[in-house]
Ligand binder design. Structure first.
Ligand code: GDP
Length: 299
C-alpha cells in the first residue's frame, strides 16, 4: 500500500493541489461544481466519471460550505464504487493444464515485464508456469523474456527472430500440456503501425492455440501503459476489435500524473483490472484493489 501511495503521488498531487485551491472553504455553487468537474477531467478521470461525481455532490451538498477534505472523501467513495466491480484478480482454473493466458498490447506497454512479474507470483504460489516468446519480431523481446525465465525459474519456449508466432504458440501449448503445466503465458508482438497485419497475426495465433486446446486462450490480457493517458481508450478499442480481450493490466502507475485514466477506463469498458504495475522490478506488480487505489489517487 505504501508503494502504491508513493507510486500514485504524482496523480494524487495533481488532483489534490487542484482541490486545495478550489475548496479551502467554499460554498458549493454552480461555479464551484463546474470548476471541480473540469479539474476531474484534467486529472484523466474522464467526462462520465467527472459528471457522476459532480452530480452526486450537487445532490447532497449544493449551497453548503464544503472543505477540500470533504470533497476528497466523497471523491474516494465514488471512485471506489466505480472500481469495485472491475477489481478482480486473474482467476486461474486449476483443472486446466495449462490455463493459457495470451498477453497483448502495444510495444513498450510492459507486456514482457508483466508476464515476468506474474510468473514470479504464480511460481511462488506453487504453480508450474511456462513462458512463450510470441513476439518473434524483436530479438530484444525474446531475450528479455528469457531473462525473466531465468529470474523466475520458469521454462521459456522461444524460436529465432522472424519465426512464425502462430507456430510457436502451437508448440508452446502442446509442450506445456505434455508437461502438465498449470499456467502458460504467451507474449505477443504489438506493432500498431500496421493494424491489419497485427490483427491477422493475432487471429492466426488464436486459431493455432485452439488447434491444441479449443477452450484456450482462457484469458486475453491487454497491457496498457498508464502514462499514455487518454490514448489508453483508443488502445482498448483497437485491441477489443482484434481479439477477445478479457481483462486489463495497467503499468507504469509509478511516476505518472495520469493514474486517473484507470477510473475512466473502468467506467467506460467495465473490463476486469487484474493487476497494476508500479515499477520495473519483480515485486512491483500489485493486486488491484478499488479502495486502496481510490484512497491513493485522492491522496
Ligand atoms: P513490451 O514491449 O510491451 O513487452 O514492454 P516491456 O515489458 O519491454 O516494458 C517496456 C519498458 O517499460 C521496460 O523498460 C520496463 O522495465 C518498463 N516497465 C514495465 N512495467 C513498468 C512499470 O509498472 N513501471 C515502470 N516504471 N516501468 C515499467
Amino acid at each position: 500500500f505504501g508503494r502504491l501511495k508513493s507510486g500514485l503521488a504524482k496523480s494524487s498531487s495533481k488532483l489534490t493541489s487542484g482541490l486545495g485551491d478550489l475548496f479551502t472553504k467554499r460554498k458549493l455553487d454552480d461555479e464551484a461544481l463546474e470548476e471541480l468537474e473540469e479539474l476531474l477531467i484534467t486529472a484523466d478521470l474522464g467526462v462520465a466519471t467527472a459528471a457522476r461525481v459532480t452530480k452526486h455532490l450537487a445532490k447532497t451538498r449544493f449551497g453548503q460550505d464544503v472543505t477540500s477534505d470533504e470533497i476528497k472523501a466523497t471523491l474516494a467513495e465514488e471512485i471506489t464504487r466505480i472500481l469495485g466491480p472491475v477489481a478482480r484478480p486473474l482467476a486461474i482454473d486449476p483443472a486446466r493444464k495449462p490455463h493459457v493466458v495470451l498477453v497483448v498490447g502495444v510495444n513498450g506497454s510492459g507486456k514482457t515485464t508483466t508476464i515476468g512479474k506474474m510468473a514470479k507470483t504464480y511460481k511462488d504460489a506453487g504453480l508450474n508456469v511456462t513462458l512463450a516468446a510470441g513476439d518473434t519480431f524483436r530479438a530484444a523481446a525474446v531475450e528479455q523474456l528469457k531473462v525473466w525465465g531465468e529470474r523466475t525459474n520458469c521454462p521459456v519456449i522461444a524460436r529465432e527472430t522472424g519465426a512464425d508466432a502462430a507456430g510457436l504458440a502451437y508448440d508452446a501449448v502442446e509442450q506445456s500440456r505434455a508437461r502438465g503445466d498449470d499456467l502458460l503465458f504467451i507474449d505477443t508482438a504489438g506493432r500498431l503501425q500496421n493494424k491489419a497485419d497485427l490483427m491477422a497475426e493475432l487471429a492466426k495465433l488464436v486459431r493455432s492455440i485452439k488447434k491444441v486446446d479449443e477452450t484456450a486462450p482462457h484469458d486475453v490480457l491487454l497491457v496498457l501503459d498508464a502514462t499514455v493517458g487518454q490514448n489508453a481508450h483508443s488502445q482498448v478499442e483497437i485491441f477489443k476489435d482484434m481479439v477477445a480481450v478479457s481483462g486489463l493490466v495497467l503499468t507504469k502507475l509509478d511516476g505518472t500524473a495520469r493514474g486517473g485514466v484507470l477510473v475512466a477506463l473502468a467506467e467506460k469498458f467495465g473490463l476486469p483490472v487484474h493487476a497494476i504495475g508500479v515499477g520495473e522490478k519483480v515485486e512491483d506488480l500489485r493486486p488491484f484493489e478499488a479502495d486502496a487505489f481510490a484512497r491513493s489517487l485522492v491522496g
